[in-house]
Design a protein around this ligand. Structure first.
Ligand code: FES
Length: 239
């Protein structure tokens, strides 16, 4: 497939309508294109450019800047092993070496059957469960060699299809992670948290405090919307 399908073109137009300038929708449209084809095709980027009034070269220039966009085909499963500091200290390089041996490819390579592409990734923001990896951006924490082999085996057998959608599919659920302070371990591959209950907005709380009803360290997105943001202005009188 090349250009956006009629259905996705309508989704693109709906997205563009949300922004004051069409070009402001470029990143969401690239995600839409990548979700359609698994990577960004040349014709697809040209189509996106037509929709937002940019040259294809400008679209490619933006797409090639970001790690999450791929302008070449990738395997059905993009396995990204974090080798940043927290994971490195927990054996990430040994894990990556094992992944290379297990899959038979170096980082950036794709297995001959087209199933797996291996990546050496920077911090994936799951440092509390180092070493970790993502598959199509779904998280797997506390990964040792045995667990890696089990993940690969289950992916190849299609046993994780419900949790790991095709490459390019964005998460449409609130992300939850288990930070050790709460004694909760990371969930499997990033599916919805059946225990999640949206917290009411905090009326008054100490800067940085979690909203009421949210267990310490469980819901990062809710933490990010607490008065901790307001504290950036300092305690002075509003101007
Ligand atoms: S260092 Fe690996 S997730 Fe942050």
């Amino acid at each position: 497939m090349a250009r956006l399908t009629p259905h996705n073109e309508q989704r693109a137009r709906d997205l563009i309508a949300v922004y004051p300038h069409p070009r402001s929708a470029l990143i969401p449209l690239l995600h839409l294109l990548q979700e359609q084809d698994g990577h960004l095709t040349a014709d697809g980027m040209e189509h996106v450019g037509e929709l937002v009034g940019l040259e294809a070269a400008e679209v490619r220039g933006t797409a090639s800047f970001y790690d999450m966009f791929h302008t070449e085909p990738v395997g059905k499963y993009l396995v990204a092993v974090c080798t940043n500091i927290a994971c490195l200290l927990q054996g990430a390089y040994e894990l990556l070496e094992h992944a290379e041996e297990r899959l038979g490819v170096a980082p950036g390579g794709t297995t001959p059957d087209g199933l797996f592409t291996l990546e050496d990734a920077e911090c994936l923001a799951l440092c509390g469960n180092a070493p970790c990896l993502t598959v199509n951006w779904r998280f797997f924490g506390d990964v040792d060699r045995e667990r890696f082999d089990e993940i690969i085996r289950r992916l190849a057998a299609g046993e994780l299809d419900g949790e790991v959608p095709p490459h390019g599919t964005l998460a449409r659920v609130r992300r939850t992670v288990g930070v050790p302070a709460a004694g909760v371990s990371v969930h499997g591959a990033g599916g919805p948290d059946p225990e999640y209950v949206p917290a009411p907005p905090a009326e008054s709380a100490e800067p940085g405090a979690p909203a009421d009803g949210v267990a310490d360290g469980v819901d990062l997105e809710t933490h990010a919307t607490t008065p901790a943001v307001a504290s950036l202005d300092g305690p002075g009188e509003p101007s």
